[in-house]
Design a protein around this ligand. Structure first.
Ligand code: MLT
Length: 411
């Protein structure tokens, strides 16, 4: 008889976003006339930049001609895309990242889960609370945790609370941890990290032989020019950090799929026999074995992000969503709600009114306003009493949603 990976049985019933979709679909079925506005999952709504589309159309034509047809590409991604990323995203900001350290993939969500393949089972793992649920769930699946306790925490994980009191930036752990997930600009709270703050983490990681898994999927939304976009802007980060980036949120590739992970060649961790092993070699081996690369067409689309036209069009997209974020922030604040984030991130983190629980506010918002957000408690126990509103939608929908919410929830 075949057996299963029992660790899956420890997981909460459903992944957060499908669970939200299930509730919304049930409501929509029961209320066919309701015009539901979705500000829940951080999924883009605006069309792909023209520069990306043009590049992809050209690539499709190349695939139709034997002379330019492409079969399997390099598992790590095409050199021309890796070179562009190294120059434009890293070297231009003074980060010492070489093209060979960049691995092109089909998503940061996948990579931040898959990266666990190259780490041992006995690592002590730290996550913030609230946190992007993928970091937690993939560790549960990999058997790195115990069961879920009554507080909604998996035993064995080190939870670092992020609250309004600490500006949603976690304090260093009081115990020694081996793997640390950090996400800035932060999903879900929209908080940011300064150079000095990240330096404290880099110093901690180097002193303790820890690895930081740094999720920079939202770096393009940084508006404050003093904030770092990459962990490699911090001295010493090449010795202790892996960075995840994505084309999903800047160029609207959520459905097109392209991302990247940086694994510096200077990064190592211990083998069971105590030897230092280069993580780049392991990730390269993992990708070469389990992954066949992102399609040529999509990589050409991603490359176009770095063209002059691409840069202008991507900037326009980000400005568009950030204007939505500004409207959400200002209107909810004017309605008397306590609001965080949304200045350097496309997410606004709201304290639920009248002491409502996150899910109660979710249900109320859906039933009364026909607006969908994401319950803070879905991101972790410390997210209880908060609610995330995404700025990814059309202007018309954001305006309508804000009108409905402020009318019903003015405090
Ligand atoms: C979110 O809503 O948190 C994001 O869409 C998640 C993701 O990018 O996978």
């Amino acid at each position: 008889m075949a057996t299963i990976n029992d660790h899956y049985l420890k997981l909460k019933a459903g992944y957060l976003f499908p669970e939200i979709a299930r509730r919304v679909n049930a409501f929509a079925e029961a209320n066919p006339g309701a015009k539901i506005i979705k500000l829940g999952i951080g999924d883009v709504t605006e069309p792909l930049p023209e520069a990306c589309r043009t590049a992809m159309i050209k690539a499709v034509e190349e695939m139709g001609d034997r002379a330019t047809f492409k079969g399997y590409g390099p598992e790590q991604g095409y050199g021309w895309l890796r070179d562009k990323i190294a120059q434009e995203d890293f070297q231009s900001r003074g980060c010492e990242v070489d093209a060979s350290e960049i691995f092109i993939s089909d998503g940061s969500k996948c990579d931040s889960g898959n990266i666990l393949d190259i780490f041992g089972k006995s690592n002590k793992i730290a996550v913030t609370d609230p946190v992007y649920p993928v970091y937690v769930d993939t560790n549960v699946m990999a058997g790195h945790t115990g069961d879920l306790n009554d507080q909604g925490e998996y035993q064995g994980l080190v939870y670092l609370p992020i609250t309004a009191e600490n500006q949603f930036t976690a304090a260093l752990p009081t115990e020694k941890v081996d793997l640390i997930y950090l996400c800035f600009p932060n999903n879900p709270t929209g908080a940011t990290a300064t150079q000095d703050y990240l330096k404290t983490w880099v110093d901690y990681a180097r002193a303790n032989g820890s690895i930081i898994l740094f999720d920079a999927a939202y770096e393009a939304y940084i508006t404050n020019s003093t904030l770092p976009h990459s962990i490699y802007e911090i001295e010493g980060a090449r010795d202790c950090a892996i960075e995840f980036r994505s084309f999903s949120k800047n160029a609207g590739f959520t459905g097109t799929r392209c991302a990247l992970t940086v694994v510096p060649k200077t990064l190592s961790a211990k083998a069971a026999d105590g030897a230092d092993v280069e993580l780049w070699k392991l990730w390269n081996r993992r990708q070469s074995t389990k992954f066949n690369g992102v399609s040529y067409i999509v990589q050409r689309g991603a490359e176009a992000v770095y063209s002059e036209a691409g840069q202008t069009q991507v900037r326009r997209l980000i400005d568009f969503y950030m204007e939505n974020a500004r409207m959400i922030r200002e209107q909810l604040t004017a309605a008397g709600l306590a609001v965080y984030g949304g200045v350097n991130a496309p997410y606004v983190w709201v304290k639920t009114p009248a002491g409502l629980s996150s899910w109660d506010f979710f249900d109320k918002l859906l039933q009364v306003c026909h607006v969908v957000g994401t319950p803070g408690s879905g991101f972790g126990a410390a997210g209880e009493g908060y609610f995330r509103i995404s700025a990814f939608n059309s202007r018309e929908n954001v305006e309508a949603a804000m009108e409905r919410i402020t009318e019903k929830f003015k405090v």
